[in-house]
Design a binder for this molecule. Structure first.
Ligand SMILES: O=P(O)(O)OC[C@H]1O[C@H](OP(=O)(O)OP(=O)(O)O)[C@H](O)[C@@H]1O
Ligand SMILES: Nc1ncnc2[nH]cnc12
Length: 173
C-alpha cells in the first residue's frame, strides 16, 4: 500500500464555491477504500504512542477523518457542529474561513479540563477553523496535542495561525 500517492486522489475544482477559490475535492480519495485506508493509517502512525485522550473535529469533512482515526487510536471522538445541531448545552464560537465566516458549537461536556486533545480536519487553509477549535479547547483548560489534516494549503500559512501547536498533514500544496 506504500505505492499509493494520496495526491493522485485529490481533484481540483476551480472557482468553487466562489470565484478565485481552487477547491480541493477529497471525494475521489474517499471513494477509493485503499487510498482512504492509507490516509487514516498514515495519520494513526504519526500519533501512535502520543498522549491523546480525545479527538475533536468540526463538521462536515472533519468527521470523515476524525471518526476512523479515533477508532484506530482507541480514543473518543467529540463532534463540533454547525449551530442548532447539538442537542445538549453547547459552547459556541465564531471564526473566519477562506471564503466567509462561520459559527460552530461543541457540547459543554465534550472535552474536560486537563485532557489532551487531537484536532482533526480534512484541510488546513487559513487556519481559522482549527484555531477557533484550539481556542475553545484551551479555554476549557484542556491541551491541544496536535492538529492533523489530510491537506494543507501551505501558501495560506494556516499553520502560523495555529502555532505553536504542531500541524501534521499528508498532502501539501
Ligand atoms: O483553514 P480554514 O480557512 O478555516 O478552512 C478549512 C475548513 O474549511 C472547510 O470546511 P467548511 O467550512 O467548508 O465546511 P464543510 O466541512 O462542512 O464542507 C474544511 O473542511 C475545513 O474545516
Ligand atoms: N481551497 C479549499 N478547498 C477545499 N476546502 C477548503 N476549505 C477552505 N478552503 C478550501
Amino acid at each position: 500500500m506504500n505505492s499509493i500517492q494520496l495526491q493522485d486522489y485529490i481533484r481540483d475544482i476551480p472557482d468553487f464555491p466562489k470565484p478565485g477559490i481552487l477547491f480541493k475535492d477529497i471525494t475521489p480519495l474517499l471513494a477509493d477504500s485503499a487510498a482512504f485506508e492509507a490516509a487514516i493509517d498514515q495519520m494513526a502512525a504519526h500519533y501512535e504512542g502520543k498522549q491523546i485522550d480525545v479527538i475533536v473535529a468540526a463538521e462536515a469533512r472533519g468527521f470523515i477523518f476524525a471518526a476512523p482515526l479515533a477508532l484506530k487510536l482507541g480514543v473518543g471522538f467529540v463532534p463540533v457542529r454547525k449551530p442548532g445541531k447539538l442537542p445538549f448545552s453547547t459552547h459556541s464560537f465564531s471564526y473566519e474561513l477562506e471564503y466567509g465566516t462561520d459559527t460552530l458549537e461543541m457540547h459543554i461536556d465534550g472535552v474536560a479540563e486537563g485532557q489532551n486533545v487531537l484536532l482533526v480536519d480534512d484541510l488546513l487553509a487559513t487556519g481559522g477553523t482549527i484555531k477557533a477549535c484550539a481556542n475553545l479547547v484551551e479555554k476549557i483548560g484542556a491541551t491541544v496535542t496536535g492538529c492533523c489534516f489530510l491537506i494543507e494549503l501551505k501558501f495560506l500559512d494556516g499553520a502560523a495561525k495555529v502555532a505553536p501547536h504542531e500541524c501534521f498533514s499528508l498532502i501539501e500544496y
